[in-house]
Design a binder for this molecule. Structure first.
Ligand code: CS2
Length: 498
């Protein structure tokens, strides 16, 4: 089989083997600027837009992908080499692979080399929406106070270097300022990150920065920018070398960075687009007036579920989510946690079959072909836990509901943060707060509660005697007996009482 490098020139040869964009990419105008062109964006939003662009009436909705950080240079180079094309490999539950070349990213910019081009693109009158996947930790929020963190040196940098910012807040502010000056019209900023009220958070954080750096712009933003909330979902593990070689061997496509993902996909968006939007409902996106119930459900069940399996499984020495959940003690622990601690806080989901959602979720986690890395799931836990697990804990504490399973997971995380699993192997921790976590984890060896004193992660949770007690007990039990024994016992106690 002849091999083809993935690019515009070869795409017609490739189309004999896998599906490729059946629209003329040269005619596509950029209507969306997306910041954060990671695997998730390419498996989710860019895929929906690719489907949409097959209808010629939507040709104004191409995507310009912005690589914001130095770290993103590789994806920029890849997109540039491949004319924005990449292969999406969907792994079905039975292991079948469905491959499709995606063409919706028609422009790409690398911000560190061309800040001006990024600002101008965001300010272009053709651009009606700026979408973001900048991660849970990307919003510069101080968990302890709920306020924008003005002490961040990068934020100070941006306030003094308007023309060459480094943070999303610097870029958005300069782009909005230029839109105002050039009369380019209103615009929507759509967060696609896993944060409850992600649009509200994006708005609050941006306005705090603007208030600090360019206060005279506030009125214009309030009148001309909308920030819809949204819930996004598709499990997208990190691409591994065998995904790349397998694509080359089976389809003859030389793609430097294909994306692999599950078949499930969901996108629920608040219909609040001040400058118009594409007809995304035609490709399965749900538009609603209130996203919050969906967002709480997804974060509380899926994302928190991931963290539960990842932290317990990682400490026990598993390396993928499917392996960990194949341990019945973990699977039972997860189900009890979801039913008993998360489900009671979910409301307003009329018409949603929650038992079915949870059943599907377990099937998704158990998919042996996805091989979602526990390293990926546990990365940046210090930003994820406050968004995925703690909101549930706070609500449960308020209504005197149970929090024992959550406290157990947080205790396991304190031990995990020491960097060794129960097989005495090193854990590959990737977390912006890694050093602080390690220091606190060391101190916690003598007095477990010290771990909870990290206000930037836990807010004032350490003031809850109920939580501290459950956490300390779990910590000591894990040290004494190991995770598996503890959870087997917890599960059986729970089931007997029931
Ligand atoms: C994961 C998410 O990062 C994580 O911890 O839970 O990336 C998850 O796979 C996606 O949100 C699925 O939609």
């Amino acid at each position: 089989m002849e091999h083809y490098k993935l690019n515009n020139r070869n795409v017609s040869n490739i189309s004999e083997r896998v599906s490729t964009p059946q629209y003329n990419r040269e005619n596509i105008k950029t209507g969306i600027v997306h910041v954060g062109v990671g695997g998730f964006h390419r498996a989710h939003q860019a895929m929906y837009l690719d489907q949409l662009l097959h209808d010629a009436s939507n040709s104004n909705w191409g995507i310009c992908g912005v690589a914001l950080l130095h770290f993103d240079q590789k994806i920029y180079n890849t997109l540039k080499d491949q004319d924005g094309l990449y292969t999406l490999v969907v792994k079905e539950l039975d292991g079948t692979l469905t491959k499709r070349v995606i063409g919706s990213i028609t422009e790409y910019l690398y911000a560190p080399d061309s800040p001006k081009a990024v600002i101008e693109k965001m300010a272009s009158p053709d651009v009606k929406i700026i979408t973001l996947t900048i991660t849970e930790g990307g919003y510069n929020l101080n968990e302890a106070t709920g306020a924008f963190n003005l002490d961040n040196p990068q934020i100070i940098h941006d306030s003094k270097n308007a023309a060459a910012p480094v943070t999303i807040f610097g870029y958005l502010t300069q782009a909005l300022k230029l839109r105002k000056e050039t009369n380019s019209g209103p615009i929507t900023i759509l967060s696609c990150d896993n944060i409850e009220g992600n649009g509200d958070v994006a708005k609050k954080m941006l306005l705090s920065y603007v208030q600090f750096a360019e206060p005279e712009l506030l009125d214009w933003i309030n009148a001309n920018v909308s920030f819809p909330n949204s819930m996004v979902d598709r499990i997208t593990p990190a691409t591994v070398p065998s995904d790349i070689s397998h694509l080359a061997e089976t389809s003859g496509i030389e793609d430097q960075w294909p994306v692999v993902c599950e078949s499930f996909q969901q996108w629920v968006v608040e219909d609040n687009f001040i400058a118009g939007r594409p007809n995304l409902e035609s490709v399965g996106v749900q538009f609603v007036t209130d996203v919050e119930p969906f967002e709480k459900m997804k974060l509380g069940l899926l994302n928190a579920g991931h963290s539960v399996i990842g932290i317990l499984g990682g400490l026990m020495g598993y390396s993928t989510i499917d392996e960990a959940i194949s341990n019945p003690a973990i699977a039972t622990f997860l189900s009890i946690y979801l039913d008993n601690e998360v489900t009671p806080i979910l409301h307003g989901l009329d018409g949603m079959d929650l038992p079915k959602y949870k059943k599907t979720l377990i099937e998704r986690f158990s998919n042996i072909y996805i091989k979602d890395q526990i390293d990926r799931i546990c990365s940046e836990s210090s930003a994820k836990i406050p968004k995925f697990i703690l909101p549930t804990v706070y609500e449960q504490l308020k209504s005197t509901g149970t929090i024992n399973y959550a406290a157990f997971v947080i205790a396991a995380w304190a031990i995990y943060s020491l960097g060794l699993n129960e097989k005495n192997e090193a854990i590959n921790i990737k977390d912006a707060q890694q050093d602080v976590l390690f220091e606190q984890a060391l101190l916690a060896k003598n007095n477990p509660e010290v771990f909870l004193a990290q206000e930037a992660v836990f807010g004032n949770l350490s003031k809850s005697a109920v939580f501290c007690e459950a956490f300390t007990k779990a910590y000591k039990d894990i040290i004494a007996f190991g995770v598996e024994k503890c959870i087997v016992e917890m599960n059986s106690n729970f089931l007997i009482k029931k």
